[in-house]
Design a protein around this ligand. Structure first.
Ligand SMILES: [Zn+2]
Ligand SMILES: [Zn+2]
Length: 78
């Protein structure tokens, strides 16, 4: 949802643009990293990633490049 037409009472129509989130590769990011990061307030990494850069360890879970590598390493150690 990059830009949205909204009607502001008293001010008429306005266009509100939310900043486009980009993946590290430059593509538009449609996903966020779900890796658990306890130090973050949200509890997860939340890095914006595109559908071609994601690592998906489970349905509805996505990992950024860095955490995809961490996930692969963790799996290899099991
Ligand atoms: Zn990407
Ligand atoms: Zn991440």
């Amino acid at each position: 949802m990059p830009c949205q037409h909204v009607t502001v009472p008293g001010a008429g129509a306005a266009i509100v643009c939310s900043p486009t989130r980009r993946c590290a590769c430059g593509k538009r990011a449609t996903l966020q990293c779900d890796w658990k990061v306890p130090t973050r307030r949200s509890g997860t990494c939340d890095r914006y990633i595109c559908s071609s850069c994601t690592t998906s360890p489970a349905p509805d879970k996505d990992l950024c490049k860095e955490h995809g590598a961490a996930w692969a390493e963790w799996q290899a150690r099991r």
